[in-house]
Design a protein around this ligand. Structure first.
Ligand code: NAP
Length: 508
């Protein structure tokens, strides 16, 4: 099915509706808001087979992977709704009046977070459920009390349409006005631009490419009223292979990484795109084993022709750089009659070919092209002359979602300066594991210094993601009866509040 792009008057109407209904949704009882979000999750579960079948057709992702993604999406909706109901994102601070303070009395001041207003959400193609129409950004914004306008990803427009219908049904079943949720189709960048530029929008959640995220961020900064754009973008997720651990576990670590690099045809923002170690017998053992494993893995269809084309071009560009050696190429795609299918070059491979390449630390440092994300089942092994060079490479890396240390505890202590450097560049550090697989828990940090995201102070995974769509307001000397419920003396919701410097969930 094809969907026509929204027109500018349609966008304008959706924005006015969202702005008008914002006040209703903002002031809605937290219990009803939670019920609405739980109803979306139940709606997704009730339609799971149809949703997964549609997404399989549109994305080439497998049944189990997509079914798991719907489950994750439902968990996000319910857990973020519950977190907001508990008021954890409200960050309540109360300092009661001190009328007798000298030399001047202190007024009563009470602060809490309030929703920002209508939020535009751009989903990514590689998570048709968990980072799309009813995905993490939508769940966070709805939990915060903000209406949401989703721009459907054209690579899974029908899946998006079906999910949007479930959200709208959950809204009307809970008596919510139309403006709480809108769904816009748009395969043209101008539609995205018009959404971000609209004066009634107060924030943007984006998951996707660095070029897309930065373009929308720049557009928002140029508005008459600049607004925050929370872009979660690309990352090369460096893996530091330290000598002590590699000595005992080179083959085992190679096995972890053949799986991680090629999981979902490498189409994860946490895909390990750079592997760094010091030239040694152990690093050679690791490289030999990883090459052997990756050479046995099949090529597989990528999400959509645009991503496959970008992978073919970026992969070829990287492999053709001076000083880059191809260590392993997976099983090449074949046509249905068994003949070899065309790949790469001027032709566009619709399939992602597992690929491992190698270069020296000096060559990597000298060639910025090698620092870029190659989105797909690709990784570059950087063989450094010594640990000093590993540190130099680490110091020159851009901001990352994750960094991984393959190390013993003694390695970590021996190379504490490298470990400290690694922490400066990323949002999550993994000790002896793989970066793929992001737990949806309150302690998760999915975000990092630019260009991994446009605001490293926030996460897009876990309930703290709600904080992106709120802002603080302080009420000074307000009559108790007129304060928002969460700030009243009675504290009927039992919220945890910092009252005169002490945490309390009691009445004042
Ligand atoms: P994408 O091409 O950037 O698309 C994301 C959305 O943004 C689409 O709706 C797209 O519309 C729109 N868009 C992109 N550039 C735009 C522009 N200049 N103006 C207006 N709208 C624009 O990303 P993708 O292909 O879906 O996803 C792959 C990338 O996402 C990878 O780089 C991956 O690392 C990253 N990713 C990051 C995370 C994270 O959490 N950090 C998670 C998943 C994926 P059109 O399709 O119409 O172009």
């Amino acid at each position: 099915m094809t969907y026509t792009d929204a027109t500018i008057p349609e966008i304008d109407q959706a924005m006015h509706q969202a702005a008008q209904d914002f006040y209703y949704y903002k002031n809605l009882s937290p219990a009803v808001r939670r019920q609405f979000m739980h109803a979306i999750a139940s709606g997704l579960e009730a339609n799971i087979e149809d949703l997964v079948a549609t997404a399989m057709e549109e994305t080439h992702l497998g049944y189990d992977r997509l079914k798991g993604e719907v489950a994750r999406t439902c968990w996000q909706l319910r857990s973020y709704a519950d977190a907001a109901f508990a008021g954890r994102h409200l960050d309540i601070r109360i300092d009661t009046a001190l009328p007798d303070r000298k030399p001047a009395p202190r007024p009563d001041i009470r602060k809490m977070m309030v929703p920002l207003g209508p939020v535009v959400v751009f989903g990514s193609s590689n998570f048709p459920f968990a980072y799309s129409t009813a995905g993490g950004d939508t769940a966070c914004a709805l939990a915060a009390g903000c209406p949401v306008i989703v721009k459907a990803h054209p690579a899974h427009a029908e899946t998006s349409e079906k999910v949007a219908k479930i959200i709208s049904e959950a809204a009307s079943a809970n008596g919510l006005p139309k403006g709480v949720f809108a769904h816009i189709h748009g395969a043209d960048f101008d539609i995205g631009g018009a959404l971000v530029s609209h004066p009634l929008v107060k924030a943007v959640g984006f998951t996707g490419s660095t070029s897309g995220g930065k373009a929308l961020f720049d557009l928002a900064a140029q508005r008459k009223e600049p607004i925050p754009v929370f872009s979660e973008m690309g990352s090369t997720n460096p893996v530091f292979l330290l000598p002590g651990k590699l000595k005992t576990s080179a083959k085992e670590v190679a096995k972890w990484y053949s799986g991680s690099i090629t999981l979902s045809v490498g189409q994860f923002c946490t895909n390990p795109g750079l592997l760094l170690g010091v030239a040694s017998a152990e690093l050679t053992e690791f490289a030999t084993e990883l090459s052997k494993l990756m050479a046995q893995l099949p090529s597989a269809p990528m999400l959509h022709p645009g991503i496959a084309k970008a992978y073919a071009q970026k992969r070829e560009a990287a492999l053709s750089q001076k000083g880059v050696e191809t260590l392993a190429v997976g099983v090449l795609p074949v046509n249905s009659d068994g003949s070899a299918a065309p790949v790469g070059g001027s032709g566009v491979a619709a399939e992602g070919i597992p690929t491992l390449a190698k270069t020296s630390g000096a060559n990597f440092l000298a060639n910025p092209l090698l620092h870029q994300e190659v989105f797909g089942p690709y990784s570059l092994l950087i063989e450094c002359a010594d640990l000093g060079e590993v540190k130099e490479v680490a110091a020159h890396l851009e901001g990352q979602l994750t960094s991984t240390l393959i190390a013993t505890e003694a390695d970590m202590l021996d190379h504490a300066d490298l470990v400290a450097l690694v922490q400066e560049h990323c949002g999550r550090i993994i000790f002896n594991g793989v970066p793929t697989g992001v737990e949806v828990v309150a302690s998760m940090q999915h975000g990092g210094p630019y260009p991994a995201t446009t605001d490293s102070r926030f996460t897009s995974v876990g309930e703290d993601g709600i904080r992106r769509f709120v802002r603080p307001v302080a009420f000074q000397n307000y009559p108790n009866a007129l304060l928002p419920e969460a700030l009243k003396n009675e504290n009927a919701g039992g919220y945890w509040r910092l009252v005169n410097g002490e945490w309390s969930n009691k009445a004042i």
